[in-house]
Design a protein around this ligand. Structure first.
Ligand code: LLP
Length: 420
């Protein structure tokens, strides 16, 4: 359930008409609902209520806006981060360093040092050399870094190839059959407190079976490591739970996911971490846009909106579906293509889709844009960087400014040998 609903024929975010935001902030603009973020955070936690020693780290890559991070920190979530920039954001958003887990296949030594100096809660190691470097950096500072080994369980997550991470050929994790030997070698590092295992097999998973298969493999690995005398106290099961994008989509609920996780991990006797991103953020945000033109097409008309692939890149990158709705629907429907102004054929949000009838100047939304939306935006075609708004009841605030092409240009320089 989210808080973007029609009231008397007009689309609201909580108690704010979207048209008011468009008037005051302009379009395109991302609009987030604070209540929806908070509700999703609670529903996900509730789904996992049967898991003792539960830790939740919001995967901030999904939506790292500082206001969002504050809502998640207030809901008791830590943060899963994948760069020094995300680490700084998580702390600026109010997440305590101890609640931060640092994932990512390419953490630089500088980023490892930043994490050590900030005292973050856990490093998820991706290769043996990273463990050696982290151990040495920690030991040199008189520290022991909490770390777990990220394992690649070789499971097909059944999702889009570009967001699948747990197949043997993917770049993530260490092959599961090498995990016991590598764990033994790294456990001896004096600068490391190597205490467990992490996995993350992919994103937008709409079937629990691959997750269950991966978790089961991790359970066996934990037993093997313990048989070798290792103290395994922490397991991080990553994120990945899918969300409904299309009307009628029915992915597993947090309750169904939690029941499976509780059943499979029963008896593991570890602190268990999850890193949800999309399931928290996706349906807590929409991209509000204005129709510029309705251009007659050869087969169907093209609805040209003022949002483009630089603002919401998922359709161009993954052929992703984002539901399109008029802010003031007339009840009439039409079949159309929806595209942005960017000069690429890939800047197309939908082809031959049945949508509300819209005309030049009308407002519309793309739903489910709260995750992997604004954070993946760019300024391609010298478009502004899209702003973000958060609604709370009957009030709203701009939580990220529109960055104009002029501001971007101001960071560019002519070398003196061109200036003359
Ligand atoms: N943990 C790790 C280590 C991850 O790599 C990810 C996502 C997550 C947690 C959160 O996964 P989620 O719960 O959001 O599925 N840009 C793509 C999604 C990339 C996801 C990358 N990793 C998209 O727009 O679909």
């Amino acid at each position: 359930m989210d808080h973007f609903q029609l009231r008397d024929g007009e689309m609201f975010a909580e108690d704010v008409p979207l048209a008011r935001i468009a008037d005051q902030v302009g379009t395109p603009v991302y609009v987030y609902s604070r209540a929806t973020f908070a509700r999703h955070a609670d529903v996900f936690r509730e789904g996992l209520r049967d898991i003792p020693r539960l830790h939740l780290a919001y995967a901030i890559k999904a939506n790292p806006n500082l206001a969002v991070l504050r809502v998640m920190a207030d809901a008791g979530y830590g943060a899963d981060v994948v760069s020094g920039g995300e680490m700084a954001r998580a702390m600026a958003g109010g997440v305590p360093a101890s609640g931060i887990v640092f994932s990512g296949v390419g953490k630089t030594p500088d980023e490892l040092i930043k994490g050590l100096e900030a005292g973050i809660g856990q490093f998820n190691l991706e290769l043996e050399e990273e463990g050696r470097v982290l151990g040495a950096l920690a030991a040199a500072r008189g520290l022991r870094a909490n770390a777990v080994l990220r394992v690649n369980p070789d499971v097909d997550a059944g999702t889009h190839a570009k967001i699948s991470t747990g197949k043997a050929e993917n770049k993530f994790g260490i092959p599961i059959d090498q995990a016991v030997a590598m764990f033994g070698r790294l456990a001896a590092e004096p600068g490391l407190n190597l205490r467990g295992i992490a996995i993350h097999i992919g994103s937008q998973l709409t079937d629990l079976a691959p997750l269950e298969a991966a978790y089961t493999r991790i359970g066996r690995l934990v037993a093997e490591l313990r048989a070798q005398g290792h103290a395994i106290t922490h397991v991080d099961l990553g994120g990945g739970l899918g969300v409904p994008y299309r009307p009628g989509d029915n992915p597993p609920s947090p309750a169904q996911f939690g029941a499976m996780a509780a059943r499979v991990t029963n008896g593991w006797d570890v602190d268990l971490m999850f890193e949800p991103g999309r399931v928290i953020a996706a349906n807590a945000g929409v991209l509000l846009t204005r129709v510029i033109w309705v251009k007659p097409g050869v087969v169907h008309p093209y609805v040209i909106v003022d949002a483009a692939m630089n603002d919401l890149t998922r359709p161009a990158l993954y052929d992703a579906y984002h539901h399109f709705e008029a802010v003031r629907p007339s009840g009439e429907r039409m079949t159309a293509n929806i595209a942005g102004p960017v000069c690429e054929t890939g800047d197309t949000f939908a082809m031959a889709r049945e949508i509300d009838v819209v005309a030049s100047g009308d407002l519309a939304i793309f739903r489910s844009a709260g995750a992997y939306g604004a954070t993946m935006a760019s300024t391609y075609n010298s478009r502004a960087l899209v702003p973000e708004v958060m609604v709370d009841g009957d009030r709203f605030a701009v939580v990220a400014d529109r960055i104009s092409p002029e501001t971007i240009m101001a960071a560019e320089r002519l070398p003196e040998w061109l200036a003359a």
